[in-house]
Design a protein around this ligand. Structure first.
Ligand SMILES: [Zn+2]
Length: 1084
């Protein structure tokens, strides 16, 4: 994707790719296949044939039919305070300036877009194809009787290539780390960032529910399907006892036991150095200051001081090394899911998945794949048992989409008691006439139409013909019993609701949106090979009042209807509000041409917000369908209306007990509205363009609880931000989404789902309801024991998502996963996944800030992780000196990643982080998958000057620390939201010329929002890297150019997460020492 476009009014769509396979996937491992052009936005299906130019505006007509309820509001009411509602009579068609085209003229922008598309004349020389794009079905039809072989898919989709050429070998392996922590260790004083606080941090939801199935398990229950045990474990796992060899080879130091002596009051500065005992331990930053005064005093033991040890950052666990090792070890072989309890490769590794009975890790990842048999063991370890589930995840083209199974009117076969769906783990008995449920052990008759004989091993002879018997993931076509009111759903609708207050108009936003919609509407999600989208569209504009538009195809011109009584919102028209794009193309185009003109001179600065959502909700209700509202909003809604808000931002609350109120909505009004929206299947996506505080914590409630998304473009400027916004909008409009969704996770006897994190609503303790669920959204589920598990039978999860497809088809998507169970803690620690653990811990903490002081939340996180590591040390590691820090191999990055979570903007904001930023990030992280949280908390840092311009690989990543940067190099840092290009002061002039087109460092402008397009290998290489990385993320990242020693560098340094942060966050080295101290305190 070009990042070097000039400002334009209707940017071309992304480069077409033959064989469209959905969006560029965010973050499947992060690397691209070499040699193939990337577009992060390759989703369009090609130009619509027969695109008609809109009829030029010729005036409007009043509404023809006025709806039942609408009597008090007349079309012409209140014209004094409103934009004209008789547009035609009040405003002539535009004749001058830069209005939309006059009659007969083509759309400059739209035409440009299509031309480019057709001719493949795309930026950066990325080849295009004139071949029509084929959108694959969300599910593949399954033909009974044929084995489910993967369907070959043509594509140039390129994210899943092999890892880049091997990199610098950063030794890390733990040896040699010295932490001479001793007597002087004392609990940190209150008010510091660290220390074990009271564990008063309790979950806010997830009250225990009774066991799903009280029935006792039948003896001898076994799991059909994949054979248990003896699977290979995580390749890099060493034998249980410890991989982290002695940090301190010397004898244990004295003073390890007993209460710590009184400590000094906190003082600024690096006290340990004052007594010389710690002189050579490398302080990460020279100005190591007050943020960590209670840190362990790495003091000298009694007796002759040992030679000073230096804690070398190269000797502590390196994320880069772990990622690289996993790529090398696991990137080449497909991950085959036939074996129970296998730990998948890391999210940063490219690998293919072959479904042989368990759900792909793209759908479900777990904190551990071997879970303790008893609740006591689980409590002892403190390792949370959680699954991060992305039910509609997009797959790479090489992998098989879930098959769609149609059992006709009888619907899917289910357990009589717990209602689990037929899956590979159900056990057929009595010659195939009955089956025993793998979740609750109940025996159910096989319906006659489903009967099949068993072979000599007890397997049904049609085992391989039926996805639900042989695969981990598949779909069922739902019957009418699964539909609201026992009625098949109508196709969903999209309603575009545009703020036309002064700020929105003045910034050019309104015109930009309208121009974009003219072409974007041709790319609404379609099902399978359907010619056109079944989704209907509607349009609303608003400031203090709402304007509805009749765009019925039979009209010559659109009609506007104004509702100024926002206190009791209704939709003033039914017929003509939601329309088919093709049928109403001319009228819609005319409307989108005229909206910017109609409000061009508006002086209205106030907006409403809740009535906008209510209007969309009412429209969907009236149309009896689910749908999505796309709301483009600019300001705090202070106009008199329901849901009116006041500015209550108060940074003085930070670090007080009232800080939590900054994350809470200021009124419960929106919670109730969200509930109504969920009941209707009305999902809200919110695009915010604030110039000041607009209370994201409150405005975000409805999007969040309806499964929608929030995008925020602070201080939106057309020139620099439109490209990012338009990319996000296009992707958001086009991406796969299920409507009116309900998800339930069933588990085998012994564990149950107790807690849920994500963007959804719950009206009971088991069902996760989402008005909309898109392919990027993740739900994290925590499990607790309610009985003993057995090593033989393991533990099973079944996630069932009931949803309405974009064509209105009601479906069930089923994901099954089998896990091992263990009686030895070492097995637990050998099969954990730290990235998933961090995903869970971050979400847990980010929810905690709603109800607890942030410090309490941070302390609880540290305490839990210290307990996890202490339990390992005590029970799994071989005996060793207390001076040694011993980490489980699979968790050796837990300290560094945990520190990143603790230092994040939500838990420890720097002075530049606004209240809205924090609320925004908090909500965003809650829906992130594991790959997204991984790069968000530990950004990727690439030395661009080390890139091989002749190869397609990325340069090897380096650790996020300033000391890794060379002033002669240029680096790229990305975290999924921003991408920085950092330029050292001593970079060769030639490189600067090649990349920025200027002759010296001082001439580089950091106002650049894109890199200039220059015809030289270095420029091309860097731009292709940026494009590739953009393509891997679910949101278009803001590009920020940072010059070394420039003021913007402060912002950049914030993301060098191994260093001490300006907001007081500890460096990695210091935090590791601190964790070590915490662990030792727990062990003593
Ligand atoms: Zn059952």
């Amino acid at each position: 994707m070009s990042v070097n476009q000039q400002a334009h009014t209707g940017p071309p769509y992304g480069q077409p790719q033959p064989g469209y396979q959905g969006y560029q996937q965010p973050a499947y491992g992060g690397q691209s296949l070499p040699g193939v052009p990337q577009s992060q936005y390759g989703a369009y299906n090609g130009p619509m044939p027969g695109y008609q130019q809109p009829v030029p505006p010729q005036g409007y007509f009043p509404s023809l039919g006025f709806p039942s309820k609408g009597s008090p509001v007349s079309l012409n009411s209140d014209t004094s305070s409103l934009a004209p509602n008789f547009i035609g009579s009040l405003r002539a068609p535009p004749t001058s300036g830069a209005p939309p085209p006059a009659s007969g003229a083509s759309h400059p922008s739209g035409h440009l877009a299509y031309s480019q598309f057709e001719h493949g004349d795309v930026q950066n020389g990325i080849p295009a194809s004139a071949a029509p794009m084929q959108r694959p079905p969300a599910s593949q039809p399954f033909l009974p009787g044929s084995a489910p072989t993967p369907v070959s898919q043509i594509s140039t989709f390129q994210q899943y290539g092999p890892p880049p050429a091997s990199v610098q070998q950063l030794r890390n392996h733990m040896a040699g780390m010295t932490i001479g922590s001793t007597a002087a260790s004392a609990p940190p004083p209150a008010g510091l960032g660290y220390g074990v606080g009271p564990s008063s941090y309790t979950p806010t939801t997830g009250a225990p529910r009774p066991p799903a199935m009280p029935g006792p398990p039948l003896p001898g229950q076994t799991v059909a399907g994949p054979p248990p045990s003896s699977q290979p474990n995580h390749v890099s796992s060493p034998p249980p006892p410890s991989s982290m060899a002695g940090l301190h080879p010397g004898p244990p130091m004295s003073g390890l036991h007993g209460p710590p002596p009184p400590t000094h009051p906190p003082q600024p500065g690096y006290q340990m150095q004052q007594n010389g005992s710690f002189g050579q331990m490398r302080g990460p930053q020279p100005n190591y200051g007050g943020a960590y005064p209670g840190a362990p005093n790495y003091g000298s033991p009694p007796g002759p001081p040992p030679p000073p040890k230096r804690l070398d950052p190269d000797s502590i666990p390196s994320p880069i090394q772990v990622i690289e090792d996993d790529r090398n070890n696991r990137g080449s072989e497909p991950f085959v899911t036939g074996v129970r309890g296998q730990v998948p490769p890391l999210v940063t590794t490219n690998f293919l998945v072959k479904d042989q009975g368990n759900a792909s890790p793209r759908y479900i990842r777990c904190t551990s794949y071997n879970i303790p048999c008893t609740s006591d063991m689980a409590k002892q370890s403190q390792v949370p048992l959680a699954a991060v589930i992305k039910p509609l995840a997009t797959l790479p083209p090489e992998e098989t989409l879930p098959y769609l199974v149609d059992h006709g009117e009888s619907g899917p076969v289910r357990c009589n008691r717990c209602k689990a769906y037929m899956c590979p783990f159900m056990q057929f008995i009595e010659g195939g006439r009955r089956f025993q449920c793998c979740f609750c052990s109940c025996v159910t008759e096989v319906p006659p139409h489903y009967f099949q004989h068993l072979d000599h091993t007890g397997k049904r002879v049609d085992f391989y013909d039926r996805p639900e018997l042989s695969l981990g993931s598949y779909e069922f076509l739902a019957t009418v019993d699964y539909c609201k009111n026992n009625k098949f759903p109508s196709p969903p609708a999209f309603i575009f609701m545009i703020d036309v207050s002064y700020n929105a108009v003045k910034s050019g936003l309104v015109r930009l949106i309208c121009e974009e919609l003219k072409s974007l509407l041709d790319y609404l999600p379609r099902e399978g090979n359907m010619e056109e989208s079944a989704i209907r569209v509607g349009f609303v504009t608003y400031n203090k009042v709402l304007h509805f538009y009749n765009v019925k195809s039979s009209l010559a011109q659109p009609q506007m209807m104004v509702v100024s009584d926002v206190a009791d919102m209704f939709v003033p028209l039914l017929d003509g509000f939601l329309v088919n794009v093709n049928e109403s193309r001319t009228v819609i185009a005319s409307l989108l041409d005229q909206i910017p003109e109609m409000f061009a001179d508006t002086r209205e600065t106030e907006t409403v917000f809740a009535p906008v959502i209510q209007a969309g909700l009412e429209a969907l209700k009236a149309a009896e369908c689910a749908g999505k509202l796309f709301i483009f909003h600019t300001s705090l809604p202070i106009a008199e209306a329901p849901g009116k808000l006041k500015n209550r931002d108060d940074r003085k609350l930070i670090n007080t007990d009232k800080e939590k109120t900054l994350f809470q909505p200021q009124t419960s009004f929106y919670n109730n509205l969200a509930k109504d929206c969920v009941a209707q299947g009305c999902c809200v996506d919110l695009f915010l363009f604030p110039n000041q505080y607009l209370d994201v914590a409150t405005l975000g409630v409805v999007p969040y609880q309806t499964g929608g998304s929030i995008y925020k473009y602070a201080y939106f400027q057309l020139e620099t931000d439109q490209y990012r916004f338009l990319n996000d909008l296009r992707r958001d409009v086009q991406k796969e989404v299920g409507f009116d969704a309900v998800m339930r996770v069933r588990t085998s006897t012994g564990i149950r789902a107790t807690d849920f994190f994500g963007a959804f609503y719950m009206s009971n303790t088991t069902d996760v309801e989402m008005a909309g669920l898109d392919c990027d959204k993740t739900i994290t589920v925590e499990f607790k024991h309610d009985d003993k598990l057995s090593e033989d039978s393991g533990a099973l999860l079944q996630c069932a998502l009931l949803y309405t497809s974009c064509a209105g088809q009601r479906r069930l998507r089923i994901h099954n996963l089998s896990l091992n169970c263990c009686t030895q803690l070492a097995d637990l620690y050998r099969n954990c996944e730290t990235d998933t653990l961090i995903n869970y811990l971050a979400k847990y903490a980010y929810r905690g800030v709603l109800s607890s002081p942030v410090k309490t939340v941070r302390d609880a996180l540290i305490n839990q992780c210290a307990q996890i590591l202490a339990c390992y040390r005590k029970n799994c590691a071989s005996p060793s000196s207390a001076g040694q820090l011993i980490l489980p191999e699979c968790m050796k990055l837990l300290p560094v990643y945990l520190n990143c979570v603790l230092k994040s903007d939500v838990l420890q904001p720097g002075p530049e982080v606004t209240t809205d930023d924090r609320a925004y990030i908090r909500q965003l992280v809650t829906s992130m998958d594991v790959a997204e949280t991984n790069v968000f908390f530990y950004p990727r840092l690439l030395p661009l000057t080390k890139a091989d311009v002749d190869s397609d690989s990325l340069p090897a990543a380096i650790r996020n620390s300033e000391e890794r940067l060379s002033k002669g190099d240029i680096y790229l840092l990305e975290n999924g939201l921003n991408v920085f290009v950092w330029v050292g002061v001593s970079v060769q002039q030639g490189l600067i010329q090649n990349l920025f087109g200027v002759s010296s460092f001082s001439q580089i402008s950091n106002a650049l929002s894109t890199l200039p397009v220059l015809e030289n290998p270095f420029s091309k290489k860097v731009r292709s890297i940026v494009d590739m990385i953009q393509g891997q993320r679910s949101r278009y990242m803001k590009l920020i150019i940072v010059k070394q020693e420039d003021k913007l560098e402060m912002l950049f340094k914030h993301f060098l997460v191994e260093d001490k942060s300006l907001s007081g966050g500890a460096s990695y080295v210091d935090f590791l020492c601190h964790m070590h101290k915490e662990i030792r305190q727990l062990l003593s």
